[in-house]
Design a binder for this molecule. Structure first.
Ligand SMILES: Nc1nc2c(c(=O)[nH]1)N[C@H]1C(S)=C(S)[C@@H](COP(=O)(O)OP(=O)(O)OC[C@H]3O[C@@H](n4cnc5c(=O)[nH]c(N)nc54)[C@H](O)[C@@H]3O)O[C@H]1N2
Ligand SMILES: Nc1nc2c(c(=O)[nH]1)N[C@H]1C(S)=C(S)[C@@H](COP(=O)(O)OP(=O)(O)OC[C@H]3O[C@@H](n4cnc5c(=O)[nH]c(N)nc54)[C@H](O)[C@@H]3O)O[C@H]1N2
Ligand code: SF4
Ligand SMILES: [Mo]
Length: 658
């Protein structure tokens, strides 16, 4: 039996795994004791992550739409026809009619190559699933501290006095990190959770601030004002290392604890207790989608302000921690953006630098984000690499209609997804165990996945698919060798330049980018003048109706393509959770069938009464397919991230269904 080290393909924790391989079959996998973050732990999804690859319904050869049926075709035909169509569309409508968009289980090398291919075709229409989760975090962090990534590490949690967790449920979404909450508690550290729901994580907290959705900015501003007015902030840190204090402290004055209670629904004494808790050192400020998918970068900035005011960045046991979602969402967000080059801002200087390495000058006009592209553009050709937006995007019907309207839709995926069903060409791609390449975890750890088995049937590795397509497009410089691509990638993306291939392949060292330290900014921030920036944000008027929140279940994963093909996981019940008071008001009882309606669409679900849900909100798992018929395509104006957790809905009981 051969053993190969790898990284879990699901969430951004990036747990270390050891695969046991026999005769080209992954027989079993178990946790890697030596992995610095997971330390021999694994969750249920990780422990079965090899199973979907063995599923009977893997796509084994390329498919092509002929009228309304998908028929088998050869790689040669498929790639030649796709190339011809792309060139035709470019000629007819210009390069901006074409877009390349990727999911975030793609490796750094795959994402980088897709991004380069789009630019070689003359378009900046490239993006990744990082857009829909933490682009607001990356945007706010880049602006305020200089790098769009975590400034600390989860391994620092046990050293802190307090851990603040905003809009994130570790027990569901990053279960292996729960061990760090236990270690923190053992060291008498405190946990504060800010979430409208009583999640498993909230149950572990010393302080649960059960806020109304979309009111975080008010809360953080009121706390900032309290800290400043009561001299509980770190004056020296702010004077030495932070810009913008005077203006910030002036603008924040109208935000009071009294008003915060009215707006957020949290009692004043709890807010004051929270303010005192974070005025200590060291404290870690961490967050998830509860911030980014409601208030976008504005909400993230208002939280970062608190870390800067209290001097909790750049020291052991403190910092800014983002619970990134997918296995390589950090890396995808670092490399693939429509408005930024992988080597820096979109400018002539960076373009010229790319020309030297790539042999062509990239286009200079900002491209479209994937949400702008799919939710109302007039683009004509889209290539999707392991992305399932027909299920994962808000206002699904609109996305579906758009995808159907395209002259060319190419989907790479191991499975016939809802998105693939709409494609003109479906190209079967390789599972994470069937190729090699690197991924960046939420902890900034970059690790190499080794190939454990060959892909089945005619399945091809994505790098090979992209490089063959580039050949047909007569574009040069698209290697199918992940090691070569890694080397090129790190000369382009300077934040990755500290790493060597040997370090990334060596599982006995963590290999973090852009420095191999758990804590960044010990002496300088990565901004141009080395200082961090405070940034005041105003609280927008919170929505008043019944708010639908969507989120994760520990036993499911995103659009469920993988878990639904994993033996041992039962089907997910299509349920919506309500508070008892709302249920009584609406005349709904436990287990009633209800119709959930928004201005975008509706779903029929089973009602469950739950004390965990705040009055005025309802909760559904995002894995329930029909829920994105209801979730509206309201995008954050700055980052175009959907407000997946902030849809006004109405609910009514369905009578006499039988
Ligand atoms: N088991 C499992 N794990 C996963 C995934 C999965 O599908 N399944 N997906 C992965 C991915 S892609 C991602 S991005 C991460 C996401 O991980 P999380 O960030 O944990 O994502 P969610 O569960 O969607 O939402 C987090 C929390 O935000 C809260 N929330 C909603 N509105 C607000 C608000 O206005 N303010 C505040 N403070 N909180 C609010 C919700 O109640 C919810 O508990 O998980 C990753 N891990
Ligand atoms: N209502 C609501 N909707 C949401 C969210 C929410 O909180 N609420 N969250 C959003 C977020 S944060 C995210 S990240 C998106 C995720 O949305 P998507 O990225 O669209 O969905 P995924 O299910 O993560 O996977 C995409 C594809 O990757 C393929 N895949 C998985 N593993 C492998 C592999 O090893 N090899 C290959 N080649 N392919 C693989 C799967 O078959 C799948 O089709 O959903 C978003 N949608
Ligand atoms: S916590 Fe995340 S990375 Fe770790 S085993 Fe579970 S799904 Fe995989
Ligand atoms: Mo995500």
């Amino acid at each position: 039996m051969l053993e190969t080290k790898s990284i879990c393909p699901y969430c951004g924790v990036g747990c270390g795994l050891i695969l046991e391989v026999d005769n080209n079959l992954i027989m079993r996998l178990y946790p890697d004791q030596d992995h610095v973050v997971s330390r021999g732990h694994i969750c249920g999804k990780g422990s079965t992550a090899h199973e979907p690859g063995n599923s009977w319904d893997r796509l084994l050869y390329p498919l092509k739409r002929e009228k309304d049926v998908m028929v088998r075709t050869s790689w040669d035909n498929a790639l030649q026809e796709i190339a011809t169509k792309l060139l035709e569309i470019r000629k007819r409508y210009g390069p901006e009619a074409i877009g390349f968009y990727g999911g975030c289980q793609n490796t750094l090398e795959e994402g980088y190559t897709m991004m380069k291919l789009a630019r070689a075709l003359g378009t900046n229409n490239v993006d990744s699933c990082a857009r829909v989760c933490h682009d607001p975090s990356a945007t706010a962090l880049k602006e305020m501290v200089g790098l769009g990534a975590t400034s600390t590490s989860v391994t620092e949690i046990p050293r802190s006095k307090a851990l603040v967790i905003v809009g994130e449920s570790l027990t569901e979404s990053h279960p292996v990190l729960v061990q760090y909450l236990s270690l923190l508690k053992k060291n008498n550290g405190k946990i504060a959770v800010i979430d409208p729901r009583t999640t498993g994580t909230a149950k572990m907290a010393d302080l649960h601030l059960k806020s109304r959705p979309g009111t975080d900015i008010y809360l953080f501003n009121a706390v900032a004002n309290f800290l400043i007015s009561n001299n509980l902030y770190d004056r020296k840190f702010v004077e030495d290392r932070v810009d913008g204090f005077e203006e910030f402290s002036r603008l924040i004055k109208s935000y009071t604890i009294q008003e915060a209670e009215r707006i957020t629904g949290i009692e004043q004494h709890i807010i004051v207790e929270f303010a005192r808790l974070i005025s200590q050192k060291p404290v870690i400020f961490s967050w998830g989608l509860g911030l980014t998918q409601t208030g976008g970068p504005k909400a993230v900035r208002s939280l970062i302000n608190l870390a800067l005011l209290t001097g909790n960045v750049g020291i052991d046991g403190a910092g800014l921690l983002v619970y990134r979602g997918q296995t390589n969402v950090q890396g995808s967000g670092d490399l693939i953006k429509p408005n930024v080059f992988p080597n820096g801002p979109m400018a002539l200087e960076t373009a010229k630098e790319l020309e030297k390495i790539w042999g062509f000058l990239p286009p200079m006009r900002e491209g479209k984000t994937v949400t702008e592209a799919l939710l109302g553009s007039d683009m004509k050709a889209i290539v999707l690499m392991n992305f399932n937006p027909a299920v994962s995007f808000p206002n699904r019907r609109k996305v579906e209609n758009f995808l159907k309207s395209l002259e060319l839709l190419v989907v790479m995926d191991p499975f016939m997804t809802e998105t693939a069903k709409l494609a003109h060409y479906v190209l079967p791609s390789a599972m994470w165990t069937e190729k090699e390449g690197s991924v960046t975890s939420l902890d900034r750890i970059v690790k190499w996945r080794f190939k454990a088995a060959s892909p089945p049937g005619e399945v091809k590795e994505e790098l090979e698919i992209l490089s063959l397509l580039a050949d047909r497009l007569e574009l040069k410089g698209f290697s199918r060798d992940p090691k070569e691509v890694f080397k090129e990638m790190k000369t382009v993306a300077k934040t990755y330049s500290n790493l060597t291939l040997d370090q990334v392949m060596d599982y006995s060292t963590p290999s973090r980018y852009p420095e191999n330290d758990t804590v960044l900014y010990r002496t300088r921030f990565y901004t141009s003048n080395g200082k961090a920036k405070l940034k005041f944000e105003e609280q927008p008027e919170p929505k008043s109706g019944l708010i639908l929140i969507t989120g994760r279940a520990v036993t499911r994963y995103n659009t469920d393509e993988m878990i639904s093909r994993t033996p041992g996981f039962s089907q997910l019940a299509p349920v919506i959770y309500l508070n008892l008071k709302d249920a009584q008001r609406l005349g709904i009882r436990d287990n009633d069938l209800v119709k959930v309606t928004s201005r975008c669409g509706m779903a029929i679900l089973n009602a469950r009464i739950s004390p965990d849900v705040l009055e005025g909100t309802v909760f559904a798992y995002m894995h329930v397919r029909s829920i994105n018929n209801v979730v509206c395509d309201e995008l954050d104006p700055e980052t175009k991230t959907p407000r997946y957790k902030y849809t006004e809905v109405s609910i009514s009981k369905i009578e006499n269904i039988y």
